[in-house]
Design a protein around this ligand. Structure first.
Ligand SMILES: [Zn+2]
Length: 406
């Protein structure tokens, strides 16, 4: 392909995605409005719209108003023109779902325990789930735009390989390659948890800059700025869970002492309540709380706190104080529009933890009265990572190609 043909083709792709983006971003839109918003020629717009209609992405939905004469045909994006699959792999469980292009779940699997420590066979199982979901939903393979995979761990800068996941016990796994070979569609791996899902379809919808503070088995902060995840020079940005919270505190999984994770992660909250119960503290929380699965144990502790149990309240409030200080540090450093709390602890703990975090953060944020510090709970719940994985595939497919990759 010579440069001129290449440029023409690139221009066509840029224009097509520009028009598609405008149609996607509107309830309905006419060709006249597209003309005004893009400054492209009427002929170019007409030919792009024709092509998008032919591919099923755009449909006509009636006529708009006109004061001068012919009423314009209204166009609408068809979110069911193609589908995206999401796979979430965590230490405890795997789940998969099929989404339409508006981020709505069409069909999903129930979370299943990861019983296989071999990455190849665990990924094979996840691919089989995707194929079975597509079959049940009547979606042929050619309508599958791609697969997004959410994993816990360190991912290489090109997101082709999972370098290390301590929680999954995997090292150097070519996740993208395995999934693409199995399913024959583009795959995209990310370790941003629920941040992208919340940014695009959840609490952060409409914001330009958000930080997701994920409080789960571990604690991490993911910054999303103008649709891009800020990864840092070595891909390790956001490890706030390993910031010092308690000098000379408890030992952390990272080898240091007193990290935020040792007082505020799901594991820490459950372990602290369990320890106090063993030491004889009175509480309505069962003594063998640690033997229950983490979501159930956390729910019991949070319910007890809600009902006034002093031990549960003390542990939750202490976690909240440390998380509030972390949230204040995030706001002081990055000044985001919104801090979103996600992860098991945020979802299970209800209002109590949120209130403590907001109060403590407000006390530690530099404030001149000109800004509102917004800290909200995520709205997607435990689906956030899955939604985010699929959303990234969608955003990449529809992004105007001159922009750099997320
Ligand atoms: Zn640590």
């Amino acid at each position: 392909m010579n440069v001129r043909t290449g440029n023409r083709r690139l221009m066509r792709e840029v224009n097509s995605k520009l028009v598609m983006g405008l149609i996607r971003g509107s309830e309905t839109v006419s060709q006249i409005e597209l003309l005004r918003k893009t400054l492209l020629s009427a002929g170019t717009i007409a030919s792009i719209v024709k092509e998008l209609k032919g591919r099923g992405f755009v449909e006509e939905v009636g006529f708009g108003r006109s004061v001068t004469g012919r009423r314009p045909v209204l166009l609408r994006f068809n979110p069911r023109a193609q589908y995206v699959a999401g796979i979430e792999l965590t230490a405890g469980q795997t789940r998969a779902a099929l989404f339409d292009l508006a981020g709505q779940i069409v069909r999903k699997t129930d979370p299943a325990a990861v019983t296989d420590s071999d990455p190849q066979s665990a990924l094979r199982g996840a691919c089989a789930d995707v194929l079975s979901l597509a079959k049940k939903a009547g979606v042929p393979r050619e309508k599958l735009l791609g697969v997004g995979i959410s994993v816990e761990g360190i991912v290489d800068p090109n997101r082709e390989r999972l370098i290390l996941s301590a929680n999954l016990g995997w090292r150097n796994v070519p996740v993208k390659e395995i999934i693409e070979a199995r399913l024959g569609v583009p795959a995209m791996m990310n370790n941003s948890g629920g941040a992208m899902g919340e940014y695009l379809y959840g609490a952060g919808k409409g914001c330009k800059s958000v930080v997701c503070l994920e409080i789960d088995a571990g604690i991490g902060a993911v910054t999303v700025l103008n649709g891009r995840v800020v990864r840092g020079a070595h891909g390790m940005a956001g490890e706030i869970g390993h910031s010092l919270a308690v000098p000379d505190g408890e030992a952390c999984s990272c080898g240091k002492r007193g990290c935020l994770e040792t007082v505020a992660s799901a594991k820490a909250i459950i372990a602290r309540v369990a320890r106090s119960r063993r030491d004889g503290a009175g509480s309505s929380v069962p003594k063998a709380i640690e033997s229950r699965p983490a979501p159930e144990a956390l729910q019991l502790i949070c319910d007890a706190a809600e009902k006034g149990d002093p031990l549960a309240r003390r542990v939750i409030d202490e976690a909240g104080r440390h998380l509030g200080i972390a949230a204040a540090a995030i706001v002081n450093l990055l000044d985001p529009e919104l801090v979103i709390l996600t992860g098991l602890v945020a979802y299970k703990s209800g209002d109590r933890l949120l209130k403590v975090i907001r109060r403590v953060a407000a006390a530690h944020v530099l404030q001149d009265g000109s800004r509102t510090i917004r800290i909200e709970q995520g709205t997607l719940g435990e689906r956030a990572a899955l939604v985010g994985a699929a959303a990234l595939v969608c955003e990449r497919a529809f992004r105007v190609p001159v922009e750099s990759d997320a």
